[in-house]
Ligand binder design. Structure first.
Ligand code: MV4
Length: 500
């Protein structure tokens, strides 16, 4: 096992990785920008190194500064987290060249999967179903010639894309020329690469992804699926496992396809194979993500496996601890992402100070966060503040716990999507598992907070009442939980519909 790991990230994922390192007796090095000099991840690490000014391009994306920090502190491995440098093949390569271990897949696999068209071609060859479409490197004339054979509606996609950039839906052939031009323009400016391709457009598919894991000894397993269909503008909001849309037979077929995808590139460490599942039950490879994902905790809470422990062990050369037949979906788990954003105003990110934060606690509840009372939310980074995960023996219990936990989660001083999440989780269509990628557009297009959301004044009064009842120096969770004063419980209507 490593002696010391540098975590090239910030916020909750940096905290999450450091916790795992500590559990395995590994020392931790944080890196931070000037905006994060006093941030939780900077303070939580054994040691911390300043990278530079707040903008990511001058701090968390500075490959040389990160490597210099690792060298200076004597780290022997680097964990990239997600976002930032996590899927940058050049970074993975540079880590290796510096004599350190990159905790992730091989650089050439990161590079291959970064190209949607290369990934698509490779998967097609490996027998993994892909959406009918064209290969890369075609000029407009050949794309237009291929369009009728694929059939409308079509989707123009950028090869270097992901996250919906450079995508255009085309419903009729006369729109194709214009869509190609604008997709190329957008792809060129976003990725510096105007390569596009065509795929048949699937209407309101489900987004189902499989967690895969490989080691250096030729073993590859999958850890089942995550249903991630509740998204807006390609930003996931709610994820869960098992997916309400899969039965055992479909799960087995998709799991086999995910393994075939991973084997095709001799995948090592943690990865995710994304599929679209159409309304008629057909599934298609979409892309492969070569990082630990934001939503990995639902897999952990369902299977009981610590994925970051596995990442560290496998990167250190150990074999995978379990075989496929040892893995089970034991619990139903749901994750809600809590963002500093205003759902009533186009979900625009907001900044400010989270003056008071109170996290829910209880059985079947996990909070992955780097958020504490008094914290400034910097403008420079992703607005995700925290992840709330609940689990239980079945979906109904996981949902009930999520409703309860969302009701108990208090963030004052900065607008969050908490009131929005409370209503999403309480919605009938969610309860019935009717969650395709059109869910939010269909049910929450013009959402406004309901009048029974308590005002800030009420929250302040309750926060004050609570802090008076807390023994000084304690942050809650005292010796006798049954005796704890919880003024938030009085906010009955705050929990939409209540929890039986
Ligand atoms: C699609 C699709 C329908 N048909 N491809 C969106 C992000 C990009 N990585 C791929 N995406 C999609 N590709 C075909 N052939 C619909 C989407 C899509 C989507 C996919 C997953 C989750 C949410 C989505 C929301 C809108 C569109």
């Amino acid at each position: 096992m490593f002696r010391k790991v540098l975590i090239a990230n910030r916020g909750e994922i940096a905290m999450r990785v450091m916790r795992a390192c500590r559990e395995l007796g590994v020392r931790t090095v944080a890196v931070y920008s000037d905006a994060d000099a006093a941030a939780p991840h900077t303070r939580f690490a054994d040691e911390a190194v300043r990278l530079g000014p707040p903008p990511p391009s001058e701090s968390y994306l500075q490959i040389d500064a990160v490597l210099e920090a690792a060298r200076k502190m004597g780290a022997d491995a680097v964990h990239p987290g997600f976002g930032f440098l996590s899927e940058n093949a050049r970074f993975a390569e540079a880590v290796g060249e510096a004599g350190l271990t990159f905790i992730g897949p091989k650089p050439d696999v990161v590079r291959t999967m970064g190209s949607k068209t290369e990934a698509r071609a490779l998967m097609q060859k490996a027998g993994v179903p892909v959406v009918p479409g064209t290969p890369a490197g075609k000029d407009d004339a050949s794309l237009i010639a291929a369009a009728d054979g694929i059939g409308f509606p079509l989707l123009v996609k950028a090869s270097a894309g992901g996250g919906g950039k450079g995508m255009r839906i085309v419903r009729e052939s006369k729109e194709l020329t214009g869509a190609l031009a604008s997709a190329r323009r957008e792809a060129k400016s976003a990725f510096g690469d105007d390569t596009v391709f065509l795929e048949r457009y699937l209407e309101r598919p489900r987004h189902i992804e499989f967690q895969v894991f490989g080691d250096d000894h030729g073993n590859i397993v999958h850890l089942f699926e995550r249903e991630c269909s509740i998204q807006r503008r390609h930003q996931k909001i709610v994820e869960e496992t098992p997916s309400p849309a899969l039965d055992d037979a479909l799960r087995r077929r998709m799991g086999e396809a995910a393994l075939a995808a991973a084997r095709a590139v001799e995948y090592t460490n943690a990865g995710t194979v994304e599929f679209l599942l159409s309304a008629d039950g057909e599934f298609y490879f979409l892309e492969m993500n070569t990082r630990l994902q934001v939503e990995h905790p639902v897999t952990e809470c369902s299977t009981g496996i610590d994925l970051v422990h596995w990442q560290l062990r496998v990167a250190a050369g150990e074999p995978l601890p379990l075989r496929q037949e040892d893995l089970r979906q034991q619990q139903h788990a749901i994750e809600c992402r809590i963002y500093a954003e205003d759902p009533a105003s186009q979900f625009l990110p907001v900044t400010g100070r989270a003056v008071y934060v109170r996290e829910p606690e209880g059985p079947g509840i996990r909070v992955d966060a780097a958020l504490e009372s008094g914290q400034e939310i910097p403008v420079f980074y992703d607005p995700m503040l925290a992840k709330l995960i609940t689990w239980g023996r079945d979906r109904d219990l996981a949902i009930a716990r999520m409703r309860q936990a969302l009701g108990d989660y208090v963030v004052l001083g900065v607008t969050t999507n908490l009131p929005f999440l409370r209503e999403v989780i309480a919605h009938e269509a969610f309860a019935s598992g009717d969650t395709d990628t059109g869910f939010l557009d269909r049910w929450f297009a013009d959402w406004q907070p309901s009048s029974d959301t308590p005002s800030d004044e009420v929250c302040w009064a309750l926060a004050a009442a609570e802090s008076e009842h807390r023994p000084t120096g304690s942050t809650g969770g005292g010796s006798d939980d049954g005796d704890r004063f919880n003024p938030w419980e009085r906010l009955g209507p705050w929990r939409p519909g209540g929890v039986a």
